[in-house]
Design a protein around this ligand. Structure first.
Ligand SMILES: Cc1cc2nc3c(=O)[nH]c(=O)nc-3n(C[C@H](O)[C@H](O)[C@H](O)COP(=O)(O)O)c2cc1C
Length: 224
């Protein structure tokens, strides 16, 4: 039975829901690669999907047993690198690696210590301008940032990091020419959707607050 409220397309049918107990709740957030500085001045790289932006602040959720959490608790510089969907194999190569040695027993089965994660992932570093950890050259969007507040969550299993972005680097192919706008039609994050990797599909619409000229043109010009 289709009981979609008036005004919604018939495909948005409301059906009775079932109660389930999923083991994870990763409902589809962008993957980032966090570069941070290790105790010995080398650099760590880790995939993270618990991240969201609020103005120029990015909030991150980190497992307390990881090297990234250790690094940010003592050395606040970081780079938030955003891979495009095609980079998912490099991300997955990092999934079972940790910069911690010895590997803590709380880490997932099969996790091993790797001191050079850039090489292990097949990625290249390039120097940052305002922070010590390098950027990931292959990532179209790179945010140099500094952790302003690092604190445990209520369960004390995770760390909540609030970082302010200091400099944004963008591949010119995803920037609307002559502006500071990311072209949402040219950029897609890599989405971590219940432990599976996705890119975005075609644009469905836009916020009334968008300021991106090209997005408006695309939607208002059928066939563009
Ligand atoms: C796509 C993806 C998303 C992940 N998201 C998170 C996350 O949001 N927070 C986290 O602490 N670990 C996350 N992980 C797991 C870490 O990458 C993993 O624990 C890794 O060993 C951390 O490296 P480190 O110990 O060197 O910091 C994710 C892994 C993958 C592959």
């Amino acid at each position: 039975m289709n009981i979609a409220p008036a005004g919604l397309p018939s495909a948005v049918a409301v059906t009775p829901h079932m109660v389930i107990k999923p083991s994870i709740l990763y409902f589809g957030t962008p993957v980032i690669l966090l570069s941070t500085e290790n105790e010995d001045g080398s650099f760590n790289l880790a995939p993270i999907s618990s991240a969201w932006a609020l103005g120029q602040t990015v909030v991150l959720g980190l497992g307390g047993d990881g090297q990234t959490a250790r690094n940010l608790a003592s050395r606040p510089d970081l780079v938030i690198n955003l891979p495009a969907p095609a980079l998912w194999p490099a991300v997955e190569r990092l999934a079972s690696l940790t910069g911690r040695n010895p590997v803590p027993p709380t880490k997932a089965k099969g996790c091993r210590f790797e001191p050079d994660k850039f090489t292990a992932a097949g990625l290249h570093s390039e120097p940052s301008q305002t922070v010590r950890p390098p950027r990931v050259a292959e990532c179209p969007l790179q945010l140099e940032a500094r952790a302003e507040r690092v604190r445990p969550d209520f369960s004390e299993e995770f760390l909540i990091v609030e970082a302010t972005v200091r400099k944004v680097h963008a591949d010119p192919r995803i920037v609307v020419p002559g502006t500071d706008h990311i072209d949402p039609a040219a950029w897609s994050p890599l989405i971590y959707n219940f432990r599976h990797y996705f890119g975005l599909g075609p644009e469905r619409g836009h916020s009334y607050r968008t300021q991106t000229p090209r997005t408006l043109e695309r939607i208002e010009t059928p066939g563009d």
